[in-house]
Design a binder for this molecule. Structure first.
Ligand SMILES: Nc1ncnc2c1ncn2[C@@H]1O[C@H](COP(=O)(O)OP(=O)(O)OP(=O)(O)O)[C@@H](O)[C@H]1O
Ligand SMILES: [Mg+2]
Length: 238
């Protein structure tokens, strides 16, 4: 479980997170909101790239904000980014192995756990293939394999379906739903594709310009009048 209490982030005159209290109980939880709502900033706080002005974050009882970001990675905090992080000139295997090493995974288990992560995300390519030669779908799966290798406890996925065609998004959704059961990790999914969020997340929270405007069972949240209003004037469809 992740418990966020009274969290505020300020960048100069901007307050992208403004007094947010929120709980992600487990499984796969959704985090949605229009562009600029503060979703990535919240991920940046959880992963240690941004220090909040005030507030606390506890994950499975541990005080995340008290740990420097490299300790959080070893603790089991993983994430993907809106831009791809994998190195094109390295193989799929080496890209995933690199995270296994950085997060303190044992060398003796590396080969098995890397291949296991590649299998979990359903990447059906030769692990020796260079990432630069892969298509968009496979590259996206490499990003997720990097986030689930070893022993993750919290996996933050930042718009994993962005730009993918519908049928590939469905495949991605089926895979994301398996992560909590197969890895024992809590997954937080940020995406603008509401069919993906509905398919993966029992619980969803909604941010709107730094404020939490709804949180609860996904179908109820997506029917909420405030949530619909927050999305009005954007291209997103609920
Ligand atoms: N390092 C920074 N310095 C200043 N302002 C920032 C910084 N990072 C984010 N912001 C601002 O904080 C607000 C929230 O941005 P954030 O990236 O968290 O939104 P988001 O919900 O992830 O949006 P999107 O759906 O477009 O990815 C925006 O107004 C953004 O411009
Ligand atoms: Mg974002």
């Amino acid at each position: 479980m992740i418990e966020i209490s009274d969290l505020t982030v300020r960048f100069g005159g901007v307050t992208p997170i403004d007094g947010v209290s929120l709980r992600f109980p487990g499984g796969t939880c959704g985090l949605i909101g229009p562009n600029g709502a503060g979703k990535t900033t919240l991920f940046n706080v959880l992963s240690g790239f941004v220090s909040p002005t005030s507030g606390s974050v506890r994950a499975f009882g541990d005080d995340l904000l008290a740990m420097p970001h490299y300790r959080r990675a070893r603790w089991g905090l993983r994430r993907t980014f809106q831009t791809e992080q994998a190195i094109e000139a390295l193989s799929v295997f080496d890209n995933v192995a690199m995270v296994h090493e950085h997060t303190g995974g044992r060398r003796s288990r590396r080969r098995r756990e890397v291949l296991d992560a590649i299998g979990l995300v359903g990447l059906e390519v030769d692990p020796g293939e260079l990432v630069g030669t892969l298509g968009a779908r496979e590259r996206r799966l490499v990003e997720i394999a990097r986030a689930v290798v070893g022993e993750p406890r919290v996996v933050l996925l930042d718009e994993p379906a962005a730009g993918l065609p519908e049928e590939e998004t469905e495949h991605l959704g089926r895979m994301i739903r398996r992560i909590p059961g197969e890895r024992g990790a809590l997954v937080v999914l940020v995406d603008h594709d509401m069919s993906l969020v509905s398919a993966c997340c029992e619980i969803t929270a909604v941010l709107d310009f730094g404020h939490l405007i709804a949180s609860g069972p996904t179908p109820e949240v997506l029917r909420d009048e405030r949530v619909r209003r927050a999305y009005l004037g954007t291209e997103e469809e609920l």
